[in-house]
Design a protein around this ligand. Structure first.
Ligand SMILES: Nc1nc(=O)c2c([nH]1)NC[C@@H]1CN(c3ccc(C(=O)N[C@@H](CCC(=O)O)C(=O)O)cc3)C=[N+]21
Length: 302
């Protein structure tokens, strides 16, 4: 357990609060629409870590008063079978959101699969329509991890306008949408990645550091501007220590050195991870309202 420290941004607690608000709105939705909001999660293959995440998503979906549809397909599922399932889920009025757990096994074409998801049900915000809407500043479904990270930033810092933000990583799932969200908040945004030169100097300029590189403890405390806010998106499992079965989970930031310098920092676990699932449920409920033509008060789930 992490000790109490005002620098720590408690994503787990924030996500619990978000889920409580979601549960209230999910019950109101059910009363108005005459059905529960529904989220379908598709998992192809038997990756143990993915199975844990999917089980946790399903449990939290039900706890929030929404319906969970789990589809577990064998690792050798064909592209045709997977696309046919997505077509069925697209056509199913009980399903408001569809999440296909990534990465998919190598023989499947991820892009084609994601593009098959109806943009109205794209709770991951990964279809070209959702991505385009985000880039244009239009309303739409936004990827869960970046939106959860932004919620934590706004909760801690209030107005982000004019702040220097560095996003380390340019993935479709996290880095790129994070850039769009921070731009939308009028931050000055720098995108750093594996080819960036003098990464330490780039990071040192930033009031806000979002680390999403997928390399354990890569970002060091000495790189961080004193007082900066650090959002650690990484979830990396280290190799087990002597006599242990499982290795520790660490972020992309060297937490012990970074917390000495930062003004605020998200821990791993207990930071961004729980927010990702919280926002997934939020996106499913937002989609449910749109799909059923039921109104949802602005900002009530932000
Ligand atoms: N289409 C798609 N969308 C995703 O959002 C997606 C995905 N595929 N594939 C896999 C990754 C992984 N992911 C996590 C979500 C929550 C935690 C989480 O809640 N972690 C906890 C517990 C960590 C632990 O102890 O295992 C924490 O950080 O505190 C972790 C990982 C979503 N993903």
């Amino acid at each position: 357990m992490t000790e109490f420290n005002e620098k720590i941004i408690d994503g787990k607690a924030f996500a619990e609060g978000l889920r409580a608000r979601i549960a209230v709105q999910a019950a109101a939705f059910e009363a108005k629409a005459g059905r529960k909001a529904g989220l379908a999660v598709v998992l192809v293959g038997e990756d143990p870590a993915s199975q844990v995440y999917v089980a946790s998503k399903a449990k939290q979906t039900v706890e929030c008063g929404m319906e969970s549809f789990e589809h577990k397909l064998p690792a050798d599922t064909t592209q045709e079978t997977l696309l046919a399932l997505i077509d069925r889920l697209n056509a199913d009025d009980a399903v408001d959101g569809i999440l296909v757990q990534l990465p998919l096994p190598k023989h499947l074409d991820e892009q084609t699969v994601v593009e098959r998801i109806s943009p109205d049900k794209d709770v991951d915000g990964l279809t070209p329509i959702s991505t385009g809407r985000l880039a244009l500043g239009l309303p739409g479904l936004v990827p869960c991890t970046p939106l959860g990270s932004l919620m934590l930033l706004k909760d801690r810092l209030g107005n982000l306008s004019g702040k220097d933000a560095v996003v380390i990583g340019r993935s479709i799932l996290v880095g790129k949408p994070m850039v769009q969200l921070l731009l939308g908040e009028n931050c000055t945004v720098t995108v750093a990645h594996s080819r960036t030169q003098n990464l330490a100097d780039v990071v040192r300029r930033a009031d806000i550091v979002v680390a999403a590189v997928g390399r354990p403890e890569m970002i060091k405390g000495e790189w961080i501007k004193p007082g900066a806010t650090v959002i650690d998106v990484g979830i990396n499992r280290l190799p087990p220590e002597e006599g242990k079965k499982k290795g520790r989970i660490v972020g992309d930031v060297d937490y012990q050195s970074a917390i000495q310098v930062a003004g605020a920092i998200t821990p791993v676990p207990g930071g961004v991870g729980p927010m990702t699932i919280g926002v997934l449920l939020r996106n499913a409920l937002v989609a449910a309202h749109r799909n059923a033509g039921v109104e949802l008060a602005d900002g009530i789930l932000d």
